[in-house]
Structures are given as C-alpha cells and as structure tokens.
Design a protein around this ligand. Structure first.
Ligand SMILES: [Zn+2]
Length: 276
C-alpha cells in the first residue's frame, strides 16, 4: 500500500511537473507571439549614425579607419568582401559605461541589458538651445516636461533633444572646431546637461540611462565633466551623439540600445533604436 501511494505521489508530481512545463511553454509562446506582433506593428526609428570618414569623434580620440581586406570575385568563383576597422571607443553614436568616469563601476560588457532596454521619454529643449551652443539643460527644463506629461516614470530611458544634431557631421558647427588634439578642447562648444540637473535626476527620479544628441553629456565648455561623474557613479550609462531624435514623440516609445561588448571597455559604439 505504501509503495502504491509512493508511486502515486511520484506520478502526481511528474504530472504536475509536466503541466507546469506545459503552462510555461504556453506562456512563453503567448509572450513570443505578443512580442513578435508588437515588433511587426511598431515603427522603428534608427537613432544611430553610421561609421565613416565623416563620423564625429572627440578631438583627442582616434577616428574611424576602414581598411579594405577583400572585395571581389575569388579564384574559387564566389564573391568575398571583408574589412578591418579601427577607432576609439568614444565616437559616433556610442555609450559611456560607468567606468569611463567612475573607478570600480561597470565596464561596457557589465552593463545589465535591462538598463539598455525599456521605455523612453524625450525632453525637447531644442527651442531654448537654438542659437546657444553652450546651452545647459536645467532642472526647470525637466520639470517643464513633467508639468506637461507627468512625472518621469520609474526606470525610464531619458533622451535629451537639444536640436544640436541638425549640425551633424559638420565638425565646425557640431563640435565648435575642426582642429584636433588637446589644444582643440578649449574651442568645443555644444549643449549638455547641467550638473545640477544630473544630480536632480539621480536623487529625485529613478532612470535607467540617459542620452543626448551632442558629442557629450557635459557641455563643450566643461572642464570637470561633473555630469559624467554624477551619472556614471550611479551606474547610469550615457548615450552620446544620438541621431534622429526629431522623429520621436515626447513619450510613448521603447528603446533598445546595444553596445559592442568589449571586455573591460569604458564604452563603445552603440546601435540604438526606438520602437513606436
Ligand atoms: Zn563617450
């Protein structure tokens, strides 16, 4: 009798286990179908610049170089193309990993993917920043957005649209100089996030990541890179040189931002898209 009960119990557990597995599979299938149909019905906006001779890099950083390795028909009768490329981590559309300005914090390969994906909001200050290449995004700019659309939802990815991207890739207008090297740093002029607003965002709101349509989250005339330090110390990655933000609404879109996975990297090229 005891043996029979035991067998019954085992078969009951097994059937439970199977039905749990079945339920999980059903849930996963439903989830996959929902995700797939959402993806198919969404408009995708590419927020990424391409890499070429024109790509804007920080004035002291190694620019993009493409070396053609092969292009053409091979002796074996098939076509073959391949290149080598070389560049700094920080150029074009890229991410600053926390370790870029905060010792011991996450490198680019360590940023959790959950921080790089999620719902986005766009704070449009293009009217205010127009004609002022040294514009600093203020706390008021953020609270103005909130007075229209409500408090920034928890775990948002915040995109700052200054309109400065309209100058990309004209280096004179976009960076403030065509010169390169350490001497060119003093000539950098482009908008950025004020350290006060960076502090406010880290203390008063809970955001996953931040992005801007300029070369840096700190403005061009910054020498202490305070907004970088404030955000990155809190493990909030910063996306820089974000493209095509004019195509985004103020809220109601999802962001997928996937950087190259350089082990120990301080940042790297980023393919960032918005789904609306
Ligand atoms: Zn950077």
């Amino acid at each position: 009798m005891k043996t029979f009960s035991f067998l019954l119990l085992i078969s009951f557990i097994m059937s439970c286990d199977n039905s749990v597995k079945q339920n999980n599979t059903d849930t996963n299938l439903t989830k996959t179908e929902t995700l797939s149909s959402l993806l198919e019905s969404s408009k995708i906006v590419d927020l990424t610049y391409d890499y070429s001779d024109e790509t804007v890099f920080w004035v002291t950083a190694k620019e993009f170089e493409l070396e053609k390795v092969a292009y053409g028909m091979t002796d074996n009768g098939f076509f073959y193309a391949a290149n080598n490329f070389c560049m700094a981590e920080h150029g074009g559309t890229h991410v600053d990993a926390p370790i870029h300005f905060a010792e011991g914090k996450q490198s680019v390969d360590e940023i959790p993917l959950t921080k790089l994906t999620g719902s986005g909001i766009k704070i449009d200050i293009s009217d205010k920043a127009k004609g002022n290449r040294d514009y600093l995004v203020s706390i008021d700019d953020i609270t103005d957005w909130e007075s229209k659309f409500g408090e920034i939802p928890e775990n948002s990815i915040v995109l700052l649209y200054t309109g400065h991207s309209s100058f990309y890739p004209d280096k004179e207008k976009y960076l403030g100089t065509v010169e390169r090297g350490p001497e060119a740093i003093k000539d950098l002029h482009f908008p950025g996030l004020s350290p006060e607003a960076a502090t406010w965002l880290t203390q008063k709101r809970k955001i996953k990541a931040i992005g801007i349509d300029t070369p840096s989250i700190d403005f061009g005339q910054s020498y202490e890179f305070k907004s970088h330090v404030i955000l990155l110390e809190e493990n909030i990655p910063a996306f820089e040189n974000v493209a095509n933000m004019s195509e985004l609404p103020d809220a109601g879109f999802a962001i997928i931002a996937l950087p190259i996975k350089i082990k120990g990297g301080s940042g790297g090229p980023l393919r960032i898209i918005a789904l609306l």
